[in-house]
Design a protein around this ligand. Sequence first.
Ligand SMILES: CC(=O)SCCNC(=O)CCNC(=O)[C@H](O)C(C)(C)COP(=O)(O)OP(=O)(O)OC[C@H]1O[C@@H](n2cnc3c(N)ncnc32)[C@H](O)[C@@H]1OP(=O)(O)O
Ligand SMILES: CC(=O)C(=O)O
Length: 524
Amino acid sequence: MEKKVLIYDTTLRDGTQAEGVNVSVEDKLRITEKLDDFGIHYIEGGWPGSNPKDDQYFKEVKKLNLKNSKIAAFGSTRRAYLKVEDDPLVQNLVKAETPVITIFGKSWDIHVTQALKTDLEKNLEMVFDTVQFLKKHTDEVVFIGEHFFDGYKSNPEYAVKVLNAASEGGADFLVLADTNGGTLPNEIERIIKEVKERGINNRLGIHAHNDSDTAVWNSIVAVLNGAVQVHGTINGFGERCGNANLCSIIPDLTLKLGYETIPRENIKRLKEISNFVADLVNLPVPKNMPYVGDSAFAHKGGVHASAVIKNSRLYEHIDPEQVGNRRKILVSDLAGKSNIIYKARELGIQLDEKDPRIAELVREIKQLENYGYHFEAAEASLELLIRKHLGMLKKYFDLDAYRVLIARRYTDKEPVSEATVRIKIDNHYEHTASLGYGPVNALDRALKKALVGIYPSLAEVELIDYKVRIVNETAGTAAKIRVLVESKDREKKWGTVGVSDNIIEASWQAVVDSFIYKLMKDGV
Ligand SMILES: CC(=O)SCCNC(=O)CCNC(=O)[C@H](O)C(C)(C)COP(=O)(O)OP(=O)(O)OC[C@H]1O[C@@H](n2cnc3c(N)ncnc32)[C@H](O)[C@@H]1OP(=O)(O)O
Ligand SMILES: CC(=O)C(=O)O
């Protein structure tokens, strides 16, 4: 069995067919450079002639000095009623001047008669003509048998004839597509075996969609049965439920099955590539995405944390560093002493396992979580809690009083928010007031004003996100409120939490934690 698999990325074509994705030419070029650097063999850049952006992309991409990837232009077989050399769609593929041209042709009989509205023989001619013509204008032609598996199930002889037409035209790869994503791995295996028995000995590829949640496994099964080119997208973004996820296929094939895919040393950049593409296409990576998601190696249950500390293999299928991810031990009401010991170690605090303060801390955290705190989402507040409990947190100030006024007079367009804060630092009182866009903004400004004279670095702190959640939904307006605040300075971001029956008090707690965290991190 050949142990090298060519990775064919269609993020810039099929990936952009995902709902909500709209990338600029510049973004497409940046993704191209990143994928090239990562070691992807083929990058399908778009469909030349289908929109001005893709035309521009194919002009610009020629200027890039790519080291590893071949750029593929994507399109379809010629129209039934046009000669191949006269079809503008085909001409546009040639004009893109790429080293690879990929076309899809119908291989499901009902698609030929109902979507193309032509006859089965004519479609075979379209496939043959188009491949043969394009082969004269480019180095490699990749032929995708669209709906191949559905087509095979409906009319196996015809589906195989379509592959033969592409092969006779000179196609370099015959790619079997599960376009509707409804095929399961057992059928993929059976059909590929039968296709080979019917005399198809060409280099095969697989293009799987994820509508049955089996696109990755369908791709792997195809490889195990001889496919040498795998199509997919970064993070699995794509039309409907997406394409086969290369962020799983690459490590599955390389780390688990011993295939040669991208250079092995680059696999540790997988999470970086996943995040990069997610940011540019503006679709977040789901936390629980295998290998690259933020929670892919996050251990929450105390039983898991305890074992992972002894030997990470006990609850991890690979070392997270192999794919550039990291282990996380979460602290919550499901934590045990091990979670705290690990967390403390991450913070640079070495705790003796027998230290009685650990069990007290676990108890306190569970009580607070039961009350409504959520420390997973507010690691800065958690760090403050741990340090305070261990007597390692300095007292920066005491609150004497705060007051928030919200008033709207008849003449005001919007309500006016004003906060007054009185704090004590050593034996000295600061008493300040501030207006704000809302009550929390007024409170944040008044507190900063009171502190900044003594702690000037607080001027750098910006509150960038503010989330309010009701903890006990059924209590109506008497519900308890959890406020999560995200803050940043020039270097980092951090999250804090506050919980109270009163939204202003919950916000105050989160804002105070944010300022204290900044001072502690700055070593003030
Ligand atoms: C399975 C896939 O993901 S294939 C890729 C799908 N991606 C896209 O469609 C995105 C880019 N597409 C486009 O911009 C446009 O659809 C274009 C420019 C390609 C074509 O636009 P239009 O000429 O307006 O046609 P329209 O989109 O309405 O319909 C598609 C046409 O392609 C034809 N067609 C579909 N598949 C094939 C094929 N394999 N070979 C030849 N023609 C095909 C259809 O029969 C239809 O032709 P008709 O207009 O004569 O009925
Ligand atoms: C060509 C393609 O994207 C498909 O068949 O799914």
